[in-house]
Write a protein that binds this ligand. Structure first.
Ligand SMILES: Nc1ncnc2c1ncn2[C@@H]1O[C@H](COP(=O)(O)OP(=O)(O)OP(=O)(O)O)[C@@H](O)[C@H]1O
Ligand SMILES: [Mg+2]
Length: 407
């Protein structure tokens, strides 16, 4: 017996029989947890148990039939093997009828129990694999709800994200401002294997140059003037999880050298310390400028570029997404209407055409702002297209004046 799906929950009030059976099963390679009654087994039970339950029927507190019924409610696919008293055919039949996987009459040959458990574990393994598969399928549906878009480029991006999320490769996300790079980064984390650990985002462009190093790597107390206590850096904080370096292109050149070293050595040293700390993070970076062009201009190190860019994801500008503009508009209108408790009015064709024709320099962020203003301005109604046309036009004016882009 190897690997998972080899757990057995053994419930029996007879201490001797329990110990002897547990020993047998352990010798056969099973991981056994013993319980003297059903309630204590129920209290500990993991509904995703990668294994089977073996239980006596006649027990104080809760009998095996009641236990079976409760387990069935928790997970009808969990195999339960019941042990009946010798000759108690009526009970055995009832157990099978109620969904027990199998039953065994006392006294039983240990080999016989092993045989049954082996089959039951195999069945459990198949059920759990199936569930996992279904979960992943749901994952692909979920990503469509997180990163809205139906055009071929966005559909491809969905697939790429799900494929890449499962790996450890560093990813560079490139795309104009407001295209959804941060959403993509978060999806990579959430759909990946590190989703139970932290997702830590750092905007390299928003931290003062002299603070970036301490922000990323941390510092010891007294490392520099003003360092009055030890600080854990973002790398350390993201241990076991994902670190998202946003606007990586704005990282100062001297720090790029340090970052490269950290990525090569897979360890950091807090400022003011000599002690290297091993780090285990998945790195995702993003840039809204063409990083390769930044390399040519001498503003970004080429060696670092190739380190962070093992996989590259491009998020297309909104103007190239066709009908997704209206899809996204509807999505943001619905959300804004719900959160501001306003009616979600639909867009008349004339206004829709204006949205489609617009160039969207601020991309999805700009569209989101227009949608929110559309909901908030209580003026437009579904049949007042002139007002709407003016509204969308005003929206454009607002954006070209740079007012809404700051929102
Ligand atoms: N496909 C999408 N589906 C749903 N919401 C989206 C989508 N793309 C972007 N958004 C939303 O649009 C806004 C801007 O997206 P985001 O912050 O990810 O852009 P960005 O590419 O990181 O921009 P910047 O380069 O300016 O940092 C956010 O509110 C985000 O939730
Ligand atoms: Mg961003």
């Amino acid at each position: 017996m190897t690997g998972t799906y080899s757990k057995v929950y053994l419930v029996d009030d007879d201490a001797d029989l329990r110990a002897a059976t547990a020993q047998w099963l352990e010798l056969a390679g099973y991981q056994v947890e013993v319980f003297c009654d059903a309630p204590s087994a129920l209290a500990k039970l993991d509904p995703e148990l990668e294994g089977v339950v073996v239980s006596d029927i006649r027990m104080p507190k809760m009998d095996g039939m009641e236990f079976l019924a409760r387990l069935n409610r928790l997970d009808p696919d969990l195999p339960v093997v019941l042990i009946t008293a010798h000759g108690d055919v009526r009970m055995a039949v009832a157990a099978m009828r109620q969904g027990a996987y199998d039953f065994l009459e006392k006294p039983f040959e240990p080999e016989r129990l092993l045989e049954i458990i082996q089959r039951a574990s195999e069945k459990r393994r198949l059920v759990m694999e199936n569930r996992d598969l279904r979960r992943r399928l749901n994952g692909s549906r979920n990503i469509e709800q997180r990163l809205i878009g139906n055009c071929p480029a966005m559909r491809r991006l969905h697939r790429e994200i799900l494929d890449i999320a499962a790996t450890e490769a560093p990813v560079l996300i490139q795309g104009e401002t407001g295209t959804g790079k941060e959403v993509v980064a978060h999806c990579l984390h959430d759909f990946g294997t590190r989703h139970d650990n932290r997702y830590v985002a750092v905007n390299c462009g928003a931290i003062p140059e002299n603070m970036v190093e301490s922000e990323l790597f941390g510092h010891e107390r007294g490392a520099f003037t003003g360092a009055d206590r030890r600080r854990i850096g973002r790398f350390e904080y993201a241990q076991g999880g994902t670190l998202f370096l946003d606007e990586i292109g704005s990282m100062p050149l001297p720090l790029q050298v340090k970052l490269l070293r950290v990525l090569q050595e897979r360890e950091i040293v807090r400022i003011g310390s000599n002690e290297p700390l091993p780090i285990d993070i998945r790195l995702i970076s993003a840039s809204n400028t063409d990083l390769l062009a930044e390399c040519s201009a001498g503003r970004f190190r080429e060696d670092l570029y190739y380190r962070i860019n093992v996989v590259e994801l491009r998020v297309p500008p909104l103007r190239e997404r066709g009908a997704d503009i209206l899809l996204l508009f509807d999505y943001f209108v619905t959300r804004a209407a719900a959160s501001y408790q306003r009616p979600a009015v639909s867009l008349p064709p004339a206004a829709a055409n204006r949205l489609m024709a617009h160039n969207w320099p601020g991309n999805v962020r700009e569209l989101k702002n227009v949608a929110e203003r559309f909901v908030l301005s209580s003026l437009p109604t579904a049949n007042d297209s002139r007002q709407l046309r003016r509204f969308v036009h005003d929206g454009e004016l607002l954006f070209s004046a740079g007012v809404a882009a700051a929102a």
